[in-house]
Design a protein around this ligand. Structure first.
Ligand SMILES: [Zn+2]
Length: 154
């Protein structure tokens, strides 16, 4: 199915479209943005894309995601693009920027880290872009630095 067809099949009048998501990360992104209980969501997976081999698309009806929220997607899929739709028109095309810090969504891979021993201890990671393909996260509690992978999602 082409991208154009994907847009026709589940066009939305109002809301947020997250496109060019590296496949198959759509479900992980819904998880980190806590979209599960947030109105109607359409998900398309494994579309052909010229940016990456295969891509996913998420459309969230009647929800306008903030830049802070959408920038979290850059951790896992920096090539994703955000379109904000109002009354059937694209009113904002937003590029992702890597966040400097992320709170709560990642878990520390260091088994002796304090964040893995107290359930109410929130995680905090400083984010470094290493190159086009790799982004590292450094735990501010134990200072362990590792490449960000979807398996780190809490
Ligand atoms: Zn840690």
């Amino acid at each position: 199915m082409s991208t154009e067809r994907a847009y026709k099949v589940f066009k939305i009048e109002n809301g947020t479209v997250i496109d060019h998501i590296k496949s198959p990360l759509a479900l992980k992104i819904i998880e980190i943005l806590h979209l599960q209980n947030n109105g109607i969501i359409s998900i398309g997976m494994n579309f052909d894309s010229d940016k990456t081999a295969k891509k996913d698309i998420i459309k969230v009806e009647n929800v306008y995601l903030s830049k802070t929220e959408t920038d979290l997607i850059a951790l896992f899929s920096p090539t994703a693009t955000i379109n904000i739709i109002k009354n059937g028109e694209v009113i904002e095309k937003r590029l992702l920027e890597m966040p400097d810090f992320v709170f709560s969504i990642l878990k520390c891979p260091n088994p002796t880290c304090i964040t893995n021993h107290f359930h109410d201890c929130d995680t905090k990671f400083e984010i470094f872009k290493v190159n086009e393909k790799t982004t590292n996260a450094r735990c501010v509690f134990c200072e362990r630095e590792t490449p960000v992978v979807p398996e780190m999602i809490k």
